[in-house]
Design a protein around this ligand. Structure first.
Ligand code: ADP
Ligand code: ADP
Length: 225
């Protein structure tokens, strides 16, 4: 379970990115984060991963206070998460398979097993046939599906995706979204920031933020304080 308890975030520059945000997300939920550019969506996702810490309030993941985790606790938390963040591009100096294997090799998985699991993850996003391709030879949508494969190869319990369909055409966006949605049916908690109206129209739950504040009660669980 993920819990935000009266979370505010003030960046050193002076921008108040989030103001008094509270909500809970249960295990295995699929939740979309919506809101205009600058609303605070990325900041919210980064706080779940411990990349940014709240200025006040508390973020807990499975009962652990993320803001209190130290440099030995954070990597352990992130290992249970698959991150699809905009600043994590594919590495262009190696092929698709090597990109997907990387999170496994970093955490000490043997090469043969990493190879097999990376291929299985690519298969899940429909790109096993591109294992040996150079990332720059793929379309934007295919590259984003490789990023999905890389995010799930460690069998995370939580997937955080920040605008994974930005800059994609409709058909590619739909394939990326359905690749992500498929993991929710495997019991993985998915939190996806998106502007995609067609996705939001059928979303089971939306957390809507505007100007750093919760703006929408799209299901019963948000608490606007
Ligand atoms: P969104 O993802 O919804 O576009 P962000 O979380 O990126 O929103 O940004 C929320 C607000 O915080 C914006 O006003 C943005 O300019 C500001 N902000 C984001 N990151 C930083 C940072 N590292 N330093 C200062 N201000 C930031
Ligand atoms: P394998 O068990 O050989 O890895 P799967 O088809 O079961 O093959 O899974 C392919 C990839 O999809 C896995 O490497 C893993 O990254 C991801 N995956 C599958 N099931 C889960 C799950 N329940 N939780 C997290 N990730 C999963």
């Amino acid at each position: 379970m993920i819990e935000f308890h009266q979370v505010s975030k003030q960046y050193p520059g002076g921008n108040q990115a989030l103001a008094n945000v509270s909500f809970t997300i249960g295990d295995g939920e699929l939740v979309y984060l919506s809101g205009p550019s600058g609303a605070g969506k990325s900041t919210l996702l980064k706080m779940i991963a411990g990349v940014e810490k709240p200025s006040s309030g508390r973020v807990t993941v499975n009962g652990q206070d993320v803001g209190q985790l130290n440099s030995s606790g954070l990597p352990y938390l992130r290992r249970k998460m698959g991150l699809i963040f905009q600043d994590q591009r594919l590495l262009l100096d190696r092929d698709v398979l090597a990109n997907v294997m990387l999170p496994l090799l970093v955490t000490g998985t043997a090469r043969a097993e990493a190879d097999q699991r990376a291929r299985a993850a690519l298969d899940r996003v429909g790109l096993l046939n591109k294992a040996d391709a150079a990332p720059q030879s793929l379309s934007g949508g295919e590259q984003q599906r490789v990023a999905v494969a890389r995010a799930i190869v460690n069998r995370p319990r939580i997937i955080l995706a920040d605008e994974p369909t930005a800059n994609l055409d409709k058909a590619s966006a739909a394939r990326v979204m359905s690749a992500l949605q498929a993991f929710q049916s495997a019991g993985i908690t998915c939190i996806i920031a998106t502007h995609d109206e067609s996705v939001l129209a059928t979303a089971p739950r939306i957390i809507s933020i505007v100007g750093g504040r919760l703006a929408g009660l799209m299901s019963g669980k948000e608490i606007t304080a």
